[in-house]
Design a binder for this molecule. Structure first.
Ligand code: HEC
Ligand code: HEC
Length: 324
């Protein structure tokens, strides 16, 4: 009898040991860098109140990390107040949001989680969820040597976003490949730089000077969003918004802080004659004081140029759009 129990005990130890060995044998298949962890978190609805919304619900990878709506729904279908910008090509930006209220991607990352109209989850609760989740506990430990925290959550999301840089035919053209863009796009580039005055605000590698300017959409009638003024309280900032990067702009419509323009053509027509659409636009930049006087063909060319800012992975989207 005694021998029998000793045998069972031995077998149990062998089994337990084998199990332990097995566990060690299962290779770790989770994320191994902050970027990879951030990518998982970006797509995980664990960060929203009712587990229904992730960052990628609004920043959809297939639309250059924006979506196709003027205003995106958050938890319980609530609509936000501003258009979802692309989360790509954010590496060199000095501030974030249309009004620039976040100074870094890390600072930005926790704001949508807590925003009642977006993910509506206190950041502490988001961290508590991750700290109860065996997968994330192990991932944070392997990558940061620490348990999930607000700072590490923000760090991972920001690290992922910094990987979302894209190139374009326009870049190849600027690097000396003169056949990289069509002749229409070449004419459009000239209009962009000179007659259209676009380059005065949209310059640099990402086609933004990273400034706040007013193109005069804010009129306190149709558009009551005071933009940068709400942050600075300086009346010079009435209706000013960040000049957005134009990379992948053919993919990221609707356009402007309020999503009020559906197509690039509507945007171009606005710039051509701002007074026509918003006669009472306030604090409109002097660059836009007079109509540009662009012909239909010049507007076509400008549009062709804006399309040449599309990354290779989104070009199929241009084909689709052309059909409808
Ligand atoms: C419900 C839709 C929605 C969700 C969910 C959402 N965002 Fe956004 N995102 C927006 C909108 C709208 C803005 C612009 C808001 C503003 O300017 O006031 C924005 C702005 C941003 C910006 C600034 C881009 C720029 O160029 O200024 C970044 C980066 C960003 N979001 C990342 C994230 C991350 C990371 C998450 C998840 C933690 C997330 N977003 C979740 C809608 C959303
Ligand atoms: C005075 C500076 C200025 C000039 C000049 C200017 N822009 Fe803009 N652009 C802006 C600002 C600021 C916004 C955002 C405005 C808003 O949301 O109210 C913007 C938005 C855009 C958008 C929408 C991008 C998006 O993601 O929603 C496009 C497209 C655009 N501009 C193209 C052009 C073109 C083409 C020209 C020349 C015909 C031009 N811009 C001239 C400052 C300028």
């Amino acid at each position: 009898m005694k021998l029998y129990s000793v045998a069972i005990f031995c077998i149990a130890i062998v089994i337990a040991f084998a199990n332990l060995q097995n566990q060690d044998d299962i290779p770790y298949s989770g994320p191994t860098s902050a970027e990879e962890l951030g990518k998982l978190l970006f797509h995980d609805s664990i960060l929203s109140e009712d587990y229904s919304i992730s960052c990628s619900s609004c920043h959809k990878p297939q639309f250059a990390f924006s979506d196709t709506l003027a205003l995106s729904p958050g938890v319980r279908g609530q609509k936000g107040t501003r258009n979802t910008p692309t989360a790509m090509n954010v590496l060199s930006r000095p501030f974030f949001f249309w009004d620039g209220r976040a100074a870094s991607l890390e600072e930005q990352a926790l704001i949508p989680i807590e925003n009642p109209l977006e993910m509506n989850l206190p950041a502490d609760s988001a961290v508590a969820r991750l700290a109860r989740n065996p997968f994330y506990i192990e991932a944070f430990n392997r990558i940061y040597g620490a348990a999930p925290s607000k700072a590490l959550l923000a760090d991972a999301l920001a690290a992922f976003e910094r990987t979302l840089e894209t190139g374009s035919d326009h870049d190849r053209f600027m690097n000396g490949d003169s056949s990289a863009i069509s002749s229409a796009a070449m004419r459009g580039l000239e209009i962009f730089n000179v007659k259209g005055k676009c380059f005065e605000c949209h310059f640099g590698p990402d086609l933004t000077g990273d400034e706040f300017r007013s193109i005069g959409l804010f009129d306190n009638i149709n558009d009551k969003d005071k933009g940068r003024y709400d942050i600075s309280k300086d009346s010079l900032d009435y209706g000013k918004f960040k000049v957005p990067s134009l990379r992948n702009v053919a993919v990221t419509g609707p356009y402007m802080h309020d999503g009020s323009f559906k197509t690039l053509r509507e945007v171009i027509e606005y710039y051509n004659e701002p007074q026509k659409l918003r006669p009472h636009g306030l604090n409109r930049d002097t660059l836009l004081a007079a109509p540009l006087g662009l012909s239909e063909m010049e507007m076509d060319d400008l549009e062709a140029f804006l399309k040449a800012l599309t990354a290779p992975q989104f070009k199929h989207f241009l084909e689709l759009k052309r059909k409808d």
